[in-house]
Design a protein around this ligand. Structure first.
Ligand SMILES: Nc1nc2c(c(=O)[nH]1)N[C@H]1C(S)=C(S)[C@@H](COP(=O)(O)O)O[C@H]1N2
Ligand SMILES: [Mo]
Length: 210
């Protein structure tokens, strides 16, 4: 199915964890608020904000899941210090979205929006990574409701809060703005290998002023 599975180059071995992380057995469920109910007739995926053509682009669930399928193997690092290793995420690469609904040349960041107004901001380069994927499947099976069905973002090189579950769209931005956890004390960039956990660690230029 899809493209061959790739491994993250920064990870020498599967057993190598980012600093301060410990291995978690099994795959816990972590999020804020209730699990949303999926209503296929109301669901749409929207790309809006500073698009190249100035238009909003929308896909129904059927249209979105018919986009070309690929997979990425990645670890998940929760900022609360546990990590899960080696899940295979299958779905639609973020790059596909950038190709079919391109951003204006002035776009520098994206806000990824999920159900109930949950959001997370990413630098365009992080979103455009060839490993960033809108996952519909984990380890070959459809996502469960708790893990983000019908769609979640996975950004393998950042802490897991940067990957919203129950994603509904992407906003292209010409300036950075903090998402849900980034407004609540978490680091604006969130690189686990540099232990960018909290906003007080931010260096000038790593986030909008607090
Ligand atoms: N919509 C939404 N997505 C979210 C969160 C959330 O609170 N809401 N929490 C994030 C955090 S902090 C983590 S660690 C991962 C956990 O994913 P999992 O429950 O599949 O392990 O989901 C991320 N995605
Ligand atoms: Mo987390």
């Amino acid at each position: 199915m899809g493209q061959p599975v790739e491994r993250e180059s920064g990870e020498a071995a599967q057993s190598e964890l980012p600093p301060g992380q410990r291995l978690q057995r099994g795959w816990p469920v972590t999020h804020y608020g209730p699990v949303p109910k999926f209503r296929p007739e109301r669901w749409e995926f929207r790309v809006f904000g500073a698009t190249a053509d100035g238009e909003k682009h929308c896909w129904t669930h059927e249209e979105f899941t018919a986009l070309p399928y690929a997979s990425v193997v990645s670890d998940l690092h929760c900022v609360t210090k546990f990590s899960m290793l080696g899940a295979e995420w299958g779905g639609i690469p973020a790059r596909t979205i950038l190709e079919i609904a391109p951003p204006a040349p002035t776009v520098t960041h994206v806000m990824v929006w999920a159900e109930y107004g949950f959001s997370s901001n990413l630098r365009l380069a992080d979103f455009a990574s060839d490993r960033t994927i809108f996952a519909t499947h984990k380890d070959g099976e459809l996502l469960t409701a708790e893990h983000g069905f019908p769609l979640r973002l996975v950004v393998p090189h950042l802490y897991a809060w940067k990957g919203p579950k129950w994603v509904r769209g992407v906003e292209y931005m010409t300036a950075d703005r903090r998402g849900f956890w980034e407004e609540r004390g978490y680091h604006n960039v969130g690189d686990p290998w540099r232990e960018q956990r909290y906003s007080y660690q931010e260096e000038p230029g790593e986030g909008p002023e607090l």
